[in-house]
Design a protein around this ligand. Structure first.
Ligand code: GLN
Length: 322
C-alpha cells in the first residue's frame, strides 16, 4: 500500500489553482425544466473543502444559497439508513446503478418494479416515503431538515420560489410516484412523499455547508466542524458506495474512472465529493452538462484529485501533515 503525505498548504494550493482554472471554463447550460433554475446567474462559482480534522478552505461564491436539488438525496438516504438500517434500505429500495438519467421511468421498469437506488428520483421519493414517523408530513419534514442541519453543522432553509416553481412543473416525478405506488414501493401517502421530495430538493444550501456534509461522510459520521456524531460508522461506506455508483447518473462510471472521487451532483449546479478518511469537497456553478452535472464543479474536483494524486481506488494511506 502506498503511503502518501500531504500538507494542508498543498491541498489549499491545489484547490486554489483548480478553482482559477475552472473559473475560465465556458460550456454547459443552467437547468431550464425547473423555471427558477434557468434564471440563476450562470457565472456564480464556489469551491469548498473540509478536511476530516475540520480545517476548511473556501474559494469564490461559497456563501450563496443555491438549490440543493439531487444532492438532498444523500442526506435523506442516510436518514433512511439511520431509521431502517442499511439492510432495510437495500430491501425496500435497492443499491443498483441505473446507468440512465436521474428521472428515468424506463429504469423503474428495467429494474423489475424496483426503485434501484435512493440517489435517483424514484428511489429518493421512495426514501422520503420511508422516513418516520409515517403519516405525519410535518414531523417527517422536521426529521429530514434536522438531519441535513446536523450534517452541515448549520440549518438550511427552503427557497420558497424554487419550491413553487418545482411543484408546478414536476409532472414526470408525479408519474414516477404513481408507478412506484403501483409496484408497492411507496411506504406512505404517495403525494405526501412526492411533496417531501420536492421540498427537500428546494432547500437552499451554501457550498461550505455542502462540504461540511461531505466531510461528515468522509469522517465516518462525525461532523468535523461541530464535533457532533451524526450517524453510525457502518452507514458511511454504504452511502459512499451509493454516491460512487450512481452520483453522476449515466456518467457515473466515466467520472469515477477519471477522477477517483465518489461525487453526487444536483441540477442546481452543486456537486458533493467524498474521499473517505481525507476530506469532503463541494463545488457549485449552475451550467450543466447533458447528464445534469455542473461543468465547472466537475472540472475543479477532477483537477484537485489529479494534482494531489488521490483516488478512492488507489489503495493509499493518506496522512495530512500540518
Ligand atoms: N428536483 C429535481 C428533479 O426531481 C432534482 C434532479 C437533480 O438534481 N438531478 O428533477
Amino acid at each position: 500500500m502506498d503511503d502518501i503525505k500531504l500538507s494542508i498548504s498543498q491541498i489549499r494550493d491545489a484547490a486554489s489553482q483548480a478553482f482559477t482554472h475552472a473559473s475560465g471554463l465556458k460550456g454547459g447550460h443552467n437547468a431550464d425544466y425547473i423555471p427558477y433554475l434557468a434564471n440563476i446567474d450562470p457565472d456564480l462559482f464556489g469551491l469548498s473543502i473540509v478536511l476530516t480534522d475540520g480545517t476548511h478552505f473556501d474559494f469564490g461564491d461559497t456563501t450563496y444559497e443555491f438549490g440543493i436539488e439531487s444532492v438532498s438525496k444523500v442526506p435523506t438516504a442516510i436518514l433512511a439508513m439511520k431509521q431502517h438500517t442499511p439492510r432495510g434500505v437495500l430491501e425496500k429500495i435497492g443499491a443498483d446503478a441505473t446507468g440512465l438519467p436521474f428521472n428515468s421511468i424506463f429504469a423503474i421498469l428495467l429494474e423489475n418494479d424496483h426503485p434501484s437506488t435512493p440517489l435517483v428520483n424514484a428511489g429518493a421519493i421512495s426514501a422520503c416515503s420511508m422516513i418516520s414517523p409515517a403519516g405525519d408530513a410535518d414531523a417527517k419534514w422536521k426529521a429530514i431538515t434536522d438531519n441535513i442541519a446536523d450534517l452541515c453543522a448549520s440549518p438550511v432553509k427552503l427557497i420558497d420560489e424554487l419550491y413553487k416553481s418545482e411543484s408546478e412543473t414536476n409532472f414526470n416525478n408525479r408519474a414516477i410516484t404513481w408507478l412506484l405506488k403501483n409496484y408497492n414501493r411507496i411506504y406512505d401517502d404517495p403525494m405526501m412523499s412526492l411533496d417531501l421530495y420536492t421540498r427537500q430538493c428546494s432547500l437552499g444550501i451554501t457550498c461550505s455547508q455542502m462540504a461540511a456534509m461531505a466531510a461528515t461522510i468522509a469522517s465516518g459520521g462525525r461532523n468535523p466542524i461541530s464535533g457532533k456524531p451524526v450517524f453510525d460508522t457502518e452507514i458511511a461506506p454504504k452511502i459512499t458506495t451509493l454516491i460512487a455508483t450512481v452520483g453522476f447518473y449515466q456518467h457515473s462510471g466515466d467520472w469515477l474512472y477519471t477522477s477517483g472521487l465518489p461525487a453526487k451532483s444536483g441540477v442546481g449546479g452543486g456537486v458533493l465529493g467524498v474521499l473517505p478518511g481525507v476530506m469532503g469537497v463541494a463545488a457549485f456553478a449552475p451550467p450543466l452538462d447533458d447528464a445534469g452535472n455542473s461543468v465547472k464543479a466537475q472540472a475543479a474536483l477532477l483537477e484537485i484529485m489529479q494534482t494531489l494524486g488521490l483516488g478512492i481506488m488507489n489503495g493509499q494511506n493518506v496522512t495530512i501533515v500540518k
